[in-house]
Structure formats: structure tokens, C-alpha cells
Design a protein around this ligand. Structure first.
Ligand code: G3P
Length: 496
């Protein structure tokens, strides 16, 4: 059970504690932040409202802990990460329970998120041991005008304190995708979980605590963005920020100092369907890609661009599958569960009403109860409708009928987002040409967009982000190259 057994330490009365200097603490603010269950719309949990002084303290200990962690052998760092991964997986049930209650993730998917997170941590430990154990050796005489008098040795060094800010939709998985690379690379880590998802994240952090990481190396502060948000992201002790979320990321990147940023800020992933596509395959992927976790994924299919000649047939197939989706509470493993908050549901409704006023075809009647929105396919959407461009982050999917592939590519590229996209065709040559033309970080051929497997590179163009994620890229991003140059008094050539 959440907050029980090995997790009893993290709870004080009905308020979850924050984690600083290797201990679970109550905030001196005496205040808490409530977490509303999206299904019941009642307060489910409470977390500490940390103060700026507490953030300062966390940063201080993170800086100290990082110095000795950087001197900890790589194999030892990996060993601790493997331990944390195993503990995380052992406690998948209580953590999944929090995900169900805080973010209304269907129960089965919640367990998958925790297991996937354990696997990610282990893979990261292994990858880190490999790639951080290697450097480069360069000689000077490859550059014109030089003799071989200089040997350059390069290695990857940690950045210092990494600030990780994951989003509500994967508060565990997108936290460990930042924590594990930071730690294996020798950094310390300060986590600011999303409020909705904070309790799942606190349980996950406790698994790292139980694994025995040094005091102060990992911290987790909770609280109001208005009080500690800017304070954290602009804190002089932060040497790197890894953020996943919405527009806030743009504001963070404008305010952050001269430090490396890793940002993933959403997408409007297009699904381009050609005339020769396997329409059953497309329909299955539209359902999976557009409606998993009720469309609350950055990589969800967010607009279908289908050739007019096959549009009727595709819409019919999608509607048939859509009618089989179950709608209801996450505890019952329904496919469509309440969206994360009332404001999110209102925003989705706004997009739907705009499309209605402008004449979109409703394939199903619009239905909403509280935060629960029934899955909806909107056909004959046109570019003057908001839903053609904005991310609903909900179970509502627009279909735009196109008369040429160029029209589809043009729509995809006119978006301010550029996360992923997908193209369905049996002609691989055409698919490659289209993929090359799409201005997105990834193009999936004959499958829905997705971040995983978690070691694949994951990046967005334009407003979708900065830098690249995926295990290897994140480890590299959280390090810097350091060179040592050995200068010889006279040229020396091996076997010369
Ligand atoms: O919305 C977060 C984004 O990273 C999606 O991940 O695994 O659902 O493709 P995934």
C-alpha cells in the first residue's frame, strides 16, 4: 500500500514529506499542497509546500555530495543503480496505486510504467559503464603544420547539479529517465516532481533511498510553482536542467543561465496516410497512438492527414475500433479514463466546441462527465479550426482529408511543433522521401509515434524541444568533455 510498510517513513499524518540530505522531512512552511484525484475530483494526497530556504539547503547538500560522488568508481555507481532498479520493480504495486489515484493512469499501464522505469535504470547503469569508460586519444600531426608533439586525451566529466522536472503523465518514468543518466555520469540530482504525480515520484525516490545512495546526492522538493518554480530553475547552483512538459519549458529556457538544457515540450504528431496503406494497420495504430492514456502523451497521434480516396474507409475502421474502447475509472483498467484536471477537460472541450462551430463532422456525440471525456473522432477538420493545430492532450482526434502527399507534409511542417510524426504506406522509397521532408525529430514508418524503446534517441524540432534524450544521449548530455594534452619536447611517431 502507498505510504505504508517500507514507505511509512515518507508520510507524516496525511502529508507526504520531501527528501533532503538523505532524510524525509516536513517543510518549515507548515503548509501543504493538495493533489486532486482526477476521477473523484476530491483531494487524494497532500505534499509539503517547500520554501526557498529549503531549496537553498538542498542545493548546498547536492553540491557537496556531488564532489565525492564524482570520485566514486563507475562500477559502484552502476551497482547502486541496479539495486534501485530492483527495489523499484519490487514495489511496483504501491507506486502504481499512486499513479492510478493521482493521474488516473489505467491500473495495468501504471504497473508497466514502473517496470519500464526499473528497466530504464538498469540499462542506463550498463550503458554508462560502457560509454563513460571510454575517451579519445588524438595526435597533433593530423592538423596541417603540426608534428606529432602533442597527445590529447579526452574524457567525459560530470556537470555538477542536475535539476530534473518531469511531467504529470509519466511522473516516475520521465523522472528516472533524468535521474539515472545524471547519477551514472557522476552528477547529483534535484527532482521537482509535477504536483499531480508527486506522490508516485516520492515513492520512487524512496526506492533510491533504500538502495543506499549517499546523503544529499538525490533530493526531491515539492511545492507551489509560484513559490519555488523560478527559484529552482534560476538557482545559481544548478548546472543543467532536464525538463519535460508544456510551454513552461519555453519560459524556463529564456530564464535559465548559461547551462545545458534538455527540453521536451510536446507535439502535434501527424499521421500521414497514403492511398496504398494497410488501413487495418493504420486504424489500429490511430487507436493506440491517439487514445492510449486518453491521448495525454506528447507523442500521441494528434492529427490524421489521410488521402481523400481512402478517408471514408479509414474513418469507418477507426470508428469501429473506437466504439470498443472502454470508458471509466482507471481502477477498472478502462481504456479511456478521466483527464488529469478540470482545467484540462475544459480546454479540450473548448477545442471541441470550436470545431463544432466551424463545421467539423462529429463521428460520435460529444460526451463529458466531470473530467471524463468519451473518445471522439472529428472528421473533415479544416486548418481554420483550433484543433488542427493545438494539442488537446485528451481523447479527441481530428482527421484532415488531403488531396496530395504534399498537402499533408505542408500541414505537418506548418506546425510550431516538431516532435514525431508517422507515415503509412507500403512503398518504402516514398516513406523515406516523406520522412526526410517532415520537420520532426522522429518519423515512424508504419507505426504510431512513441518515445520507446527508451534507449532510442528522442528529440523534437522547433517548439518541441532542445537537445536529444534517450539513455545514451541523456548520459552524454549530462557530461562535458575534458581534455588533457601531453606536450612532448620533440616529435615522436609510434614505430617511427
Ligand atoms: O508525453 C511524454 C512523452 O515522452 C511520451 O512518451 O512513451 O508515451 O511515447 P511515450
Amino acid at each position: 500500500m502507498a505510504g505504508n510498510g517500507v514507505f511509512a517513513d515518507i508520510l507524516d499524518g496525511d502529508v507526504y514529506k520531501y527528501y533532503s540530505d538523505g532524510e524525509w522531512k516536513k517543510s518549515s512552511s507548515g503548509k501543504s499542497v493538495s493533489i486532486v484525484n482526477p476521477t473523484t475530483r476530491k483531494t487524494q494526497y497532500k505534499v509539503q509546500a517547500c520554501t526557498q530556504e529549503e531549496v537553498n539547503k538542498v542545493m548546498e547538500t547536492a553540491k557537496v555530495a556531488q564532489k565525492s560522488w564524482a570520485k566514486t568508481p563507475l562500477w559502484k555507481r552502476a551497482e547502486l543503480l541496479h539495486k534501485a532498479a530492483a527495489i523499484l520493480k519490487d514495489h511496483k504495486a504501491p507506486i502504481a496505486e499512486c499513479l492510478v489515484k493521482e493521474i488516473a493512469k489505467p491500473a495495468k499501464d501504471a504497473v508497466t510504467e514502473v517496470v519500464r522505469s526499473g528497466d530504464l535504470v538498469s540499462y542506463c547503469a550498463e550503458e554508462g559503464v560502457r560509454i563513460l569508460g571510454e575517451g579519445k586519444y588524438l595526435v597533433s600531426d593530423s592538423f596541417p603544420g603540426n608534428e606529432r608533439t602533442k597527445y590529447c586525451l579526452t574524457s567525459k566529466i560530470p556537470l555538477g547539479v542536475v535539476l530534473a522536472i518531469p511531467p504529470f503523465n509519466y511522473p516516475v518514468n520521465l523522472a528516472v529517465s533524468k535521474i539515472a543518466p545524471a547519477l551514472i555520469a557522476g552528477n547529483s540530482l534535484v527532482l521537482k516532481p509535477p504536483t499531480q504525480g508527486a506522490v508516485s515520484a516520492l515513492h520512487m525516490v524512496h526506492c533510491f533511498h533504500l538502495a543506499g545512495f549517499p546523503k544529499g546526492l538525490i533530493s526531491c522538493v515539492t511545492g507551489k510553482g509560484s513559490e519555488i518554480g523560478d527559484f529552482l530553475t534560476m538557482h545559481p547552483s544548478v548546472n543543467c536542467i532536464s525538463f519535460t512538459g508544456g510551454d513552461t519549458g519555453i519560459a524556463i529556457s529564456k530564464k535559465a543561465g548559461m547551462i545545458p538544457l534538455q527540453m521536451e515540450l510536446g507535439g502535434k504528431d501527424a499521421c500521414i496516410v497514403l492511398e496504398d496503406a494497410d488501413l487495418d494497420l493504420v486504424a489500429g495504430n490511430i487507436i493506440k497512438g491517439g487514445f492510449s492514456y486518453s491521448g495525454q502523451r506528447c507523442t500521441a497521434v494528434k492529427v490524421v492527414l489521410v488521402m481523400e480516396s481512402v478517408a471514408d474507409a479509414l474513418v469507418e475502421k477507426v470508428n469501429a475500433k473506437l466504439s470498443k474502447l472502454t470508458v471509466g475509472p482507471p481502477e477498472e483498467n478502462c481504456d479511456i479514463t478521466p483527464v488529469v484536471s478540470e482545467s484540462s477537460a475544459n480546454f479540450i472541450e473548448g477545442l471541441v466546441m470550436d470545431a463544432k462551430e466551424k463545421g467539423a463532422t462529429f463521428c460520435q456525440a460529444y460526451k463529458r462527465e466531470g473530467n471524463l471525456i468519451w473518445p471522439l473522432l472529428l472528421d473533415n477538420v479544416r486548418p481554420d479550426m483550433r484543433i488542427a493545430w493545438e494539442e488537446p492532450f485528451g481523447p479527441v482526434l481530428p482527421v484532415i482529408r488531403i488531396n496530395s502527399v504534399e498537402e499533408g507534409i505542408h500541414h505537418c511542417n506548418a506546425s510550431n511543433f516538431g516532435l514525431q510524426g508517422c507515415v503509412f504506406t507500403k512503398d518504402i522509397n516514398k516513406a523515406i522521401l516523406i520522412s526526410d521532408t517532415m520537420e520532426t525529430g522522429t518519423v515512424q514508418i508504419n507505426s504510431a509515434p512513441a518515445r520507446g524503446p527508451d534507449h532510442f534517441p528522442f528529440q523534437g524540432l522547433k517548439d518541441s524541444g532542445i537537445g536529444s534524450q534517450g539513455i545514451t544521449n541523456s548520459i552524454n548530455m549530462m557530461t562535458k568533455i575534458k581534455s588533457t594534452v601531453i606536450n612532448l619536447p620533440s616529435p615522436s611517431y609510434t614505430m617511427g
